[in-house]
Structures are given as structure tokens and as C-alpha cells.
Design a protein around this ligand. Structure first.
Ligand code: S3P
Length: 171
């Protein structure tokens, strides 16, 4: 049972810890449309976690799978699509998202992101000697690319998921 009549899939992009999955799920529930999640699709197809895929097959393999999954999900049905933080960095993914969806950047300050990811061990890219420095350099390199999204929605440390959903709907 669909509620809102989506003309395009809304693709949430942004850094790890921006809330893409939590906001995407709540937004889809609010609008009564399907929730799609590229990382979750990759994990269930491989029957492995993202860290296991990075470890066994490497990041380039993961990026290939990620592009295939995003292309397939955009073709299959309209809904809210949460992507992994690196997805929008690939020019081919940006091209297909622009063609078949609308990109929304969930923007948050570096320190907010760090607070959200620092205690988790689910991000292989942050398994470095200095994960804060790694996050910071990813952040600085990626912000100009995320800024190419169709819309930007800000969150700070205080913003609840429901507030973020409201901001995305308003935007
Ligand atoms: C990545 C972010 C992760 C996941 C993978 C790579 C990235 O997704 O796709 O670990 O390159 O920023 P989240 O943004 O949901 O953490």
C-alpha cells in the first residue's frame, strides 16, 4: 500500500554517521513508500557483512557491487534509497542517480559524525591507527562532491530522526 506518489527515488547521500539509514527508514515509513538500502542489499546478496566483504574481497570489489546494486534498485521500484557514504563519490553512480532519482545530502559537522561513529566497529574504512584523522580527511575530500546533490538537509547533534524526516519532506 503506497501513500505518497513519488516521481523519483529519493537517494540519501552523505558521510558515515549522517543518519542515512535511520532517516531513510523513518522517511519511507512516513510517506508509505518502500525503503531501499544499498549496503543492506550488498550484505544479504553476499551473505557477509560489509567489513567481511572489504576484508575478503577488497574495496574495489565492494564498489563494483555497490554500483550494480544502486542501478538495480533504481530500476526496480521507487522509494527512499539509503546509500553507503562512498557511493556518491563514483561519477557513474552520480550519473545514474541524477538520471533516475533525486539526491539529498544529509549534511552534518565532522564532530557530530565522529560522535556517532567513534564507538562502532562496522566501518572498515575507519579501521586505521587514527580513525578521527581518517574521517576528517574523507570528510574534506567528499564534502565538495556531496554538495552536488539536488538538495541539502542539515542535522546537528540535537536533531532527532523525526525532525530530520520533517526537514527532508519540507525540502
Ligand atoms: C563507506 C560507508 C559505509 C559502507 C562502507 C564504505 C564509505 O556506509 O558503505 O563501509 O565509503 O563512506 P555508511 O555511510 O552507511 O556507514
Amino acid at each position: 500500500q503506497g501513500g505518497f506518489d513519488l516521481h523519483k527515488t529519493v537517494v540519501l547521500v552523505g558521510m558515515m554517521g549522517a543518519g542515512k539509514t535511520a532517516v531513510g527508514r523513518a522517511l519511507a515509513a512516513r510517506l508509505g513508500v518502500p525503503f531501499l538500502d544499498s549496503d543492506a542489499e550488498i550484505e544479504s546478496a553476499a551473505n557477509m557483512t560489509i567489513p567481511e566483504i572489504f576484508e575478503r574481497d577488497g574495496e574495489p570489489f565492494f564498489r563494483t557491487k555497490e554500483s550494480q546494486v544502486i542501478g538495480r534498485l533504481l530500476d526496480e521500484q521507487k522509494g527512499i534509497l539509503s546509500t553507503g557514504g562512498g557511493a556518491f563519490l563514483q561519477p557513474e553512480n552520480r550519473r545514474i542517480i541524477a538520471e533516475k532519482g533525486a539526491a539529498v545530502w544529509l549534511r552534518a559537522d565532522l564532530n557530530v559524525l565522529w560522535t556517532r561513529v567513534r564507538h562502532k566497529d562496522t566501518r572498515p574504512l575507519l579501521r586505521t591507527a587514527d580513525p578521527y584523522a581518517t574521517l576528517k580527511s574523507l570528510y574534506e575530500a567528499r564534502v565538495p562532491v556531496y554538495a552536488q546533490a539536488d538538495l541539502t538537509v542539515d542535522s546537528d547533534g540535537e536533531t532527532s530522526i523525526e525532525n530530520m524526516v520533517g526537514r527532508v519532506v519540507d525540502a
